[in-house]
Write a protein of this length. Structure first.
Length: 251
């Protein structure tokens, strides 16, 4: 993806297959591979690109992963941008009776991730063998599951890939695998107020999004070293920022 801007949010990128070359206006150049995590805090504003390397283009690749947009606490929205990367070998893995979980952020399954986030955050990649079960702890007020592969069962109901299950606060559940399955477990602290989204801009203040639109249109954001030749223009849209619900945001 060509260089494009973000404000007032953080992005968390996690791959199952393939490889992405991340560059940003801080001067970061980082390849992300399956099992690793890229956490980018946009703060007052950052520009980044996500490319396929020339070598991978020649070889060809299947790219499969998830990028999650995370609201920053209002007091942190205008902090300096930052970027963190942890390789797959740095993230804890828990193996137990047909359950394999990689902890990307937060605390779960008796392990703690080294990733530092702006607010209390849970994120885990959970794989189940057919017939295996895993209880979902109630440590965090907000929790959800996103099904990736296979079929899981919760309270007698079956869920196929590509479904989002929002769990009730304090509700202890168990996930069972009808087949080999994989899902993302995520959540954390509730947001401290509503957020608004327009294109790549997220903020608690619609007027801040309006200002960011003008800044990008006038070329006032920093450029990405090594990737200055292209960029994604501001969309020609007249709609207003839309209110987003929940601490995890999707474009």
């Amino acid at each position: 993806m060509r260089p494009h801007p973000h404000i007032n949010l953080a992005t968390l990128t996690y791959l199952f297959e393939g490889e992405i070359l991340h560059r940003d206006s801080l001067g970061t150049e980082q390849t992300i591979q399956p099992g690793a995590v890229n956490w980018m805090r946009a703060g007052r504003g950052i520009v980044h690109s996500e490319r396929t390397s020339e070598e991978r283009r020649r070889q060809g690749q299947r790219l499969f992963g998830i990028q999650t947009w995370m609201a920053l606490p209002a007091a942190h929205e205008e902090v300096d941008p930052a970027f963190l990367h942890h390789g797959a070998d740095a993230l804890p893995i828990v193996d137990d009776e047909g359950v394999r979980a990689r902890l990307i952020a937060g605390r779960a399954f008796g392990a703690t991730s080294p990733l530092t986030t702006a607010s209390e955050t849970l994120y885990a990649d959970v794989q189940l063998e057919a017939g295996a079960q895993v209880p979902i702890e109630v440590t965090y007020e907000e929790r959800a599951l996103y099904t990736v592969t296979g079929t899981i069962e919760v309270a007698g109901d079956a869920f196929e890939p590509g479904q989002l299950l929002v769990l009730r606060p304090g509700d202890a559940i168990t996930v069972a695998a009808r087949s080999g399955a994989r899902f993302m477990l995520f959540g954390g602290a509730p947001m401290d107020g509503p957020r608004y989204i327009w294109w790549n801009f997220v903020s608690s203040r619609p007027e801040r999004i309006k200002a960011a639109k003008e800044e990008w249109a006038r070329g006032r954001f920093d450029t990405v070293p090594g990737d200055e030749a292209e960029f994604i223009p501001l969309p020609d849209r007249q709609d207003d920022p839309q209110r987003a619900e929940g601490g995890v945001l999707y474009p």
